[in-house]
Design a binder for this molecule. Structure first.
Ligand SMILES: [Zn+2]
Ligand SMILES: [Zn+2]
Length: 100
């Protein structure tokens, strides 16, 4: 069976316990590596990921919106409403190619 292990967190340098339960869980999931960060640092990392948001301004209506992905061209973005509207218009145009 597993025994509690003391590991050192790579992020903050603190020692933390990799418990027998966690080791069993890791083995069950097929993880080959031991955790490199303590619980607090892992929680912090998750939080940072979640808070990595960007505020964009819609280039069509000027509405500000928060997005959770990395934006390459924040000046050329549309809000959800305009994006859907434009997509609908484009779909309609494609459906009637000879209307003009
Ligand atoms: Zn840590
Ligand atoms: Zn818009």
């Amino acid at each position: 069976m597993y025994e509690d292990k003391t590991l050192t967190c790579k992020a903050c340098g603190k020692q933390f316990v990799f418990s027998a339960n966690e080791q069993a869980f890791f083995a069950e999931k097929g993880f080959q590596q031991e955790p490199t960060r303590c619980k607090e640092c892992r929680a912090k990392q998750r939080q940072e990921k979640a808070s990595r948001t960007t505020i964009i301004t819609c280039s069509n209506c000027g509405k500000k919106e928060t997005v959770t992905f990395q934006v390459a061209y924040p000046d050329h973005l549309l809000c959800d409403d305009c994006f859907n509207l434009l997509r609908t218009q484009q779909t309609n145009n494609q459906a009637l190619p000879n209307s003009a």
